[in-house]
Design a binder for this molecule. Structure first.
Ligand SMILES: [Zn+2]
Ligand SMILES: [Zn+2]
Length: 224
């Protein structure tokens, strides 16, 4: 396509990790992704601190039964995430979705549907697209299961500026069930970044209350 090659001439694709022209993520940056080894991560929340359930999950008993995070929120993965969600490089949604699809693929086709954590109205207005739904769609395609928009926001504030305790309080009542049809028993809930797990915990609790039997979670990046 002529216009695509013209566009490539004017705005050449640059690596999301190091800015070198060429690929969206160069081989070197791809090899440098701070991936989390599932074998050495908490099976409940995906934190890379050993293969046993971490103290956080032990204490808080999250509503989700298991979790996987692709990598730590560190360069070059953190740069991919922020270019995707805050700088509008939407092509990274496919790349991040493929990474997450491969990570949750280790569960061997476990979920019956994929559910994204919904975006708030203000986040949708700011970004112009639902960045988590795009990642979740890619994951659903790779697992060959449907994407269900089974949750809606009930109006929580942006979590990013809040402390740990504030985050938990902020997400209580943040989501409501929004699916007319009965939910399949086994759901995979997707978010872009998992920090305390409070958002995924609150969203999973709503899915369980709405009829799901087991909810597992997957996130592209794990932050602390
Ligand atoms: Zn690079
Ligand atoms: Zn944990």
């Amino acid at each position: 396509m002529v216009w695509l090659s013209l566009l490539e001439l004017l705005l050449p694709t640059r690596c999301a990790g190091c800015d070198l022209p060429g690929d969206l993520l160069c081989d070197e940056c791809r090899a440098a992704l701070p991936l989390i080894e599932t074998r050495w991560a908490c099976p409940r929340c995906g934190a890379p601190f050993g293969h046993l359930v971490c103290t956080e999950c032990w204490r808080a008993e999250p509503a989700f039964a298991a979790g996987v995070c692709v990598g730590s929120l560190a360069p070059p993965l953190s740069r991919c995430v922020s270019l995707y969600k805050d700088a509008g490089e939407r092509r990274l949604g496919t790349l991040l979705g493929d990474l997450l699809g491969a990570a949750v693929g280790a569960w061997g086709g476990w979920p019956q549907a994929v559910v994204p954590v919904p975006a708030s109205d203000s986040a949708l207005r700011t970004r112009g697209f639902d960045h988590t739904a795009a990642i979740a769609l890619r994951v659903a395609e790779s697992l060959e299961v449907p994407l269900l928009q089974a949750l809606a926001c009930a109006g929580a504030r942006d979590q990013r500026a809040l402390s740990r305790v504030e985050r938990r309080a902020n997400v209580e009542g943040a989501f409501v069930a929004a699916c007319a049809a009965p939910l399949p028993p086994r759901l995979l809930l997707i978010d872009d970044v998992m920090t305390t797990g409070a958002t995924l915990d609150a969203a999973a609790a709503v899915l369980l209350a709405a009829g799901a039997e087991v909810v597992r979670v997957g996130a592209v990046a794990r932050a602390w």
